[in-house]
Design a protein around this ligand. Structure first.
Ligand code: ADP
Length: 325
């Protein structure tokens, strides 16, 4: 639902801030990272390993790129699901040059054996690999170049403590305030060479679910709408018409969000529902619901998690009733 498409990745690349000064919002995290990067430069060493935690689209990949950019080193990109064995990880680690920044997205989805190898690599810049098979097998220890690991996770609670402990610093990214999203939208429209009126930028910001990726995505839809309708400037009217067309409501909820709320309110009679039951009912993966869809609905108080499952709140019911009118 808010995972980027390939076309979107291209635009994202264009819109990505390349320095902490360009990075909108997240003041606390920006200050913390600034300190870590400055200290590394002062002591002429690679920055500490950094864990970035938070929902998708809030800027984790962007920050990893900024860390590499600031260190003047290339960013090596991979993801937890791509590292299925310790061998995959060993070849990646042994190809690193001194000071490289290795970004592992969705680090909580790495295989167990790779995870264990990573502990040693992070701590001692060493990997133990097995050579040979059967009784003749032996473990040899290989040195690897000192590097900075930047891990990103939407589920920091799923990371085993030994892994979490090996990061020098964990940044928790929060959903963005509307004012910051207005800056994201304004900055992105400048980069894309489109003019947007300020009330239109506000309207987009309030529909962006606290997420820059969604702000950029909605901006692109409105830009398309304005272009097709030969409107040189994005106005409030173009935002409202485009949002109606794409079924995004005044709070930024889309069809899937409303489907979940409606199911919880009607089919499940506003009683708690287990995650897997809900997932089957709407045809999404439980993981997608948990990491991508529900955090925002919980944050705005439309859903709550109880020991017996997910439950719609009175606020959520009121929103549905309003939307029907
Ligand atoms: P994540 O890795 O957390 O899923 P990304 O770093 O890929 O998120 O960010 C998604 C898009 O949102 C980026 O392409 C970037 O354009 C935009 N973005 C994210 N954070 C910011 C920010 N703080 N300021 C401006 N744009 C941002």
């Amino acid at each position: 639902m808010i995972e980027p498409t390939s076309d979107e990745r291209e635009v994202e690349a264009k819109l990505r801030p390349t320095s902490l000064t360009e990075f909108v919002g997240q003041e606390k995290v920006v200050n913390q990272l600034n300190l870590i990067l400055d200290a590394a430069k002062l002591h002429n060493r690679a920055p500490d390993h950094i864990l970035l935690a938070g929902p998708p689209g809030l800027g984790k990949t962007t920050l990893a790129m900024i860390v590499a950019h600031d260190s003047g080193k290339p960013l090596r990109l991979t993801s937890g699901p791509a590292i299925q064995s310790s061998g995959d990880l060993a070849s990646m680690l042994s190809a690193l040059q001194s000071g490289d920044v290795l970004f592992i997205d969705e680090i909580h989805r790495m295989s167990r054996s790779a995870e264990e190898m990573l502990y040693l690599a992070m701590e001692d810049f060493r990997v133990d690999v097995m050579v040979g098979k059967g009784p003749g097998a032996a473990s040899i220890s290989l040195e690897i170049a000192p590097f900075t690991l930047v891990g990103a996770t939407t589920r920091s609670g799923m990371l085993p403590t030994p892994l979490r402990d090996r990061f020098g610093f964990t940044a928790f990214l929060e959903y963005y305030e509307p004012a910051d999203l207005v800056s994201v939208v304004t900055r992105a429209s400048q980069k894309l060479g489109i003019e947007i009126e300020s009330d239109a930028a506000n309207a987009l910001a309030t529909r962006s679910r606290g997420t820059p990726r969604i702000a950029n995505r909605l901006l692109r839809r409105v830009r398309d709408f304005a272009a097709v309708n030969r409107q040189p400037v994005i106005t409030m009217d173009s935002v409202l018409s485009a949002m109606e067309l794409f079924e995004v409501d005044a709070l930024g909820l889309d069809r899937v969000d409303r489907q979940i709320l409606t199911l919880l309110a009607t089919q499940f009679s506003a009683k708690p529902v287990g995650l897997s039951t809900l997932a089957v009912a709407i045809g999404e993966e439980p993981d997608t619901i948990e990491a991508v869809i529900e955090p925002y609905l919980i944050r705005i108080g439309f859903i709550q998690r109880t020991p017996r499952g997910r439950e719609i709140t009175q606020h959520g019911i009121a929103h549905l009733t309003q939307a029907k009118r």
